[in-house]
Design a protein around this ligand. Structure first.
Ligand code: GUN
Ligand code: ZN
Length: 422
């Protein structure tokens, strides 16, 4: 189903979107006008006359009209690993993740999981995601095809690793880079810019110096975005210090080969020094903070105030499968529990900050005229306050009582229905 057709669609209901990290635009009785080409033509307070005679007006009732959420860090092959609890990161990868990823040698399996994965993201209200695949190029190719038909906005990459994992998941550096660039050739900027390719070295413990350097060169030469993990667990940080004794700190392992710049998304970054946060910010890289994952694995708590003070750009990610839930509301509740964060910032981190971190900032994350119509209709719990931002906060803390009525990307309904009374 799509909203497009000869007529514009006007959503009327409580409208809320972030204006800046600490300010929102909100109207308890507002509207968002969607053009037939999937863009937002206008938004603001409802008044007679904002909808033309031939427009289709959809009353959302109690459902909030929000920008679709952005999941800035999530692993496709880990859909069914979720909830496998009880081990710290490095042992958890060995016990649960690598066997699940090895099964992606079968492209049919990859396609079946990808179908469920993208449906689960859309059902959670996510319109945009930065996705890790596996090392298998054929599996990532199939996943991109599913992403294309799913309608989601997706940045995705084939994982690169050449050591310290089961042999079936390793490949020589040069082969991995070649396969990455071949995928990027097909998918970077595809579907009118809705899809993108990210160079995806898994993390320093499973990448040789040669592979990291090749990944940095490939990213520089191609201009592709980059995603990886940094300083998630104490065991990982200790291993990196052993493997790269000549590097002054973990961040330097990536930065010295050109992997830390404006197109880089660094997941976790929990155990960083103030100097590292300063250099992340100075380099223009973004952080994907994954607080529900960190709580699940017992990795530590992201020092939000320190990273923010350093000026770092901070988005949020579910990190499924270490994060047990796709719901951005669950992720944002964990973010709130880190402390020193208010309601407007929660909304910002889950939407516009993620869009900017992933390089989709011009397209999505806000409900301003000219943006893509990437929207979630979110029905807050019964009895939630009438004020849109207060209702959103209630939805974050009472996520099981909150309903994702519909998710739209480029004006197309990718989950649910605009009929709020169904
Ligand atoms: N670090 C390297 N790989 C992974 C992964 O798959 N999940 C998490 N949580 N951390 C990682
Ligand atoms: Zn991850």
């Amino acid at each position: 189903m799509t909203t497009s057709g000869p007529h514009a669609v006007v959503l009327r209901g409580p409208v809320l979107y972030p204006d800046s990290p600490d300010r929102v635009k909100a109207w308890a009785d507002g509207f968002v006008r969607l053009d037939a080409d999937g863009r937002i033509a206008a938004s603001g307070p409802w008044e007679p006359g904002v909808a033309g005679e031939s427009d289709r007006v959809v009353e959302t009732g109690r459902a909030l009209v929000l920008p679709a959420f952005v999941d800035a860090h999530v692993h496709l092959p880990q859909l069914d690993v979720r909830g496998s609890w009880g081990l710290p990161l490095l042992q958890w990868l060995d016990r649960w993740v690598y066997p699940a990823e090895a099964a992606f040698a079968d492209p049919d399996h990859a396609e079946a999981v990808a179908t469920r994965f993208f449906a689960a993201l859309a059902a959670a209200g996510v319109g945009t995601a930065a996705v890790f695949g596996t090392v298998h190029a054929a599996a990532v190719e199939r996943a991109f095809r599913v992403a294309e038909t799913s309608g989601l906005r997706v940045l995705m990459g084939k994982v690169l690793m050449d050591r310290s994992a089961p042999d079936a998941l390793l490949e020589p550096a040069e082969a991995g880079i070649r396969a990455s660039l071949a995928l990027a050739e097909r998918w970077e900027g595809a579907a009118g810019g809705r899809l993108g390719y990210a160079i995806t070295p898994r993390f320093a413990p499973t990448c040789s110096q040669e592979l990291l350097a090749a990944a940095g060169r490939a990213a520089r030469d191609s201009g592709l975005r980059i995603q990886t993990h940094l300083s998630e667990s104490p065991g990982e940080v200790a291993r990196v210090a052993e493997l790269f004794p000549d590097a002054p700190d973990y961040l330097a392992v990536y930065a010295r080969v050109g992997l830390v710049g404006e197109g880089t998304v660094l997941a976790h970054t929990i155990h960083c020094s103030d100097g590292e946060y300063g250099r992340i910010a100075g380099g223009g890289a973004a952080i994907a903070c994954c607080p529900s994952s960190n709580a699940f694995l017992g990795s530590g708590a992201f020092p939000l105030a320190r990273a923010r003070e350093a000026g770092a750009r901070i988005a949020v990610g579910s990190d499924v499968g270490a994060g047990p839930q796709f719901s951005p509301l669950d992720v944002l509740r964990h973010l709130a529990h880190l402390g020193d964060v208010g309601p407007a910032e929660l909304l910002w981190r889950g939407t516009a900050a993620g869009a900017e971190a992933l390089g989709f900032g011009g397209a999505t994350g806000r409900l301003t005229a000219g943006s893509s119509a990437d929207i979630v209709l979110l029905e807050p719990p019964e009895g939630a306050p009438a004020d849109p931002l207060e209702a959103f906060t209630t939805a974050v803390f009472r996520q099981p009582e909150t309903r994702v009525v519909a998710t739209l990307v480029e004006g197309r309904v990718i989950h649910g229905s605009l009929q709020t009374n169904l």
